[in-house]
Design a protein around this ligand. Structure first.
Ligand SMILES: NC(=O)c1ccc[n+]([C@@H]2O[C@H](COP(=O)([O-])OP(=O)(O)OC[C@H]3O[C@@H](n4cnc5c(N)ncnc54)[C@H](OP(=O)(O)O)[C@@H]3O)[C@@H](O)[C@H]2O)c1
Length: 306
């Protein structure tokens, strides 16, 4: 018996219950992992509220964690008891002391990486990589706009884009978040509750607009975001990368001929495995930096050099 957070009905945070759960033993191809740290994502809230469909109730939320392997399924090679591993995505159920995972869904975490760091960047890191290096390849000289720059994904986007040589404009709701966004490498920060962010972006870019908008907010920012875009991307008129489900209300716009949602991440299987491997290699590189005396706080992106 283990403890896990269980959701029996959709709703606010009050529906999260800490309960005893029978876990069982790993079957063929599976491992049992004792979680050391669990990543939180806004995505978890969408599931809890029913914005994303939950296959069954009750369920255990969470799609990101790092922990130690406590048992392996029959005949499994490549993973052993005591390994520190991290995973992101499916299966859902990381808000738990222990969970059973398919062995091929985890990546090893080097011993010098704090499990808290591993658990907090594995999903958000893949998301940031997908957005900065695949949907639109951010290069030196680009100017980008990151909405919700102090959020989980936003803070990684800002750090990484800064390290790639882009000029990063971030929007946040409060002064406290502005401090964090600055620390995360935003060159210009707009507190959108106090300033007209359209006017400010035009001012910062001398009216030239930005190359890409990363929009994790959606409906409130989308119409305005369209105005900042310049140039073309693969021959299309504009590019706004819509990160969250809140963008659903604006889908179908004819003027934006190219657009992605990060939810696509989970529907492109090959990319997903590839990204998982990529994140694993980033953790390895972080370990090399630690070994070389780095503190881990340098503003080097996880995907440095890629
Ligand atoms: N985490 C991932 O890997 C991932 C993967 C795929 C998609 N996404 C999507 O990306 C978006 C950001 O995810 P995240 O995990 O980075 O979330 P997060 O850390 O909770 O950040 C969300 C940010 O959105 C802003 N925001 C604006 N309106 C909001 C509202 N009504 N309620 C809450 N926050 C609001 C807040 O910043 P301000 O206060 O500064 O406005 C907040 O910091 C979400 O839509 C999520 O579904 C994330």
């Amino acid at each position: 018996m283990i403890k896990a957070i269980r959701v029996h009905e959709l709703g606010g945070p009050e529906v999260l219950k800490w309960e005893d759960v029978e876990l069982g033993e790993p079957k063929e191809g599976e491992i049992r992992v004792k979680n050391k740290a669990v990543g939180l994502n806004f995505n978890d809230v969408y599931f809890r509220k029913g914005v994303y469909k939950i296959p069954t109730l009750p369920y255990t939320p969470g799609r990101e964690a790092a922990g130690v392997v406590t048992a392996v399924g029959p005949g499994l090679t490549g993973r052993q008891v005591g390994d520190l591993v991290a995973y992101a995505g499916d299966p859902m159920g990381s808000y738990a002391e222990e969970q059973i995972l398919p062995a091929n869904k985890v990546v090893p975490v080097p011993p010098s990486i704090d499990p808290i760091i591993a658990a907090s960047v594995i999903l958000k890191g893949m998301t940031a990589q997908f957005l900065l290096r695949r949907c639109f390849k951010v290069e030196p000289g680009h100017t980008i706009l990151v909405h919700a720059a102090a959020g989980g994904v936003g803070s990684l986007l800002s750090q990484w884009a800064n390290a790639l040589g882009a000029t990063v404009i971030g929007t946040v709701s409060t002064k406290e978040k502005a401090v964090q966004a600055k620390d995360d490498g935003c060159h210009h920060i707009i507190i959108y509750k106090e300033e007209d962010f359209v006017a400010r972006v035009n001012e910062i870019t001398s009216g030239n607009g930005v190359d890409v908008v990363y929009d994790a907010v959606g409906k409130d920012t989308f119409q305005l975001g369209r105005r900042f875009l310049q140039g073309t991307f693969y021959g299309v008129e504009a590019l706004i990368l819509l990160i969250g489900v809140s963008c659903v209300g604006v889908m179908g716009s004819r003027r934006i001929t190219c657009f992605f949602t990060v939810e696509k991440l989970f529907s492109c299987g090959a990319w997903f495995s590839d990204l998982l491997g990529f994140l694993g290699s980033c953790l390895d590189r972080l370990q090399t930096r630690f070994a070389a005396g780095g503190t881990g706080s340098e503003r080097t992106p996880l995907g440095f050099g890629i």
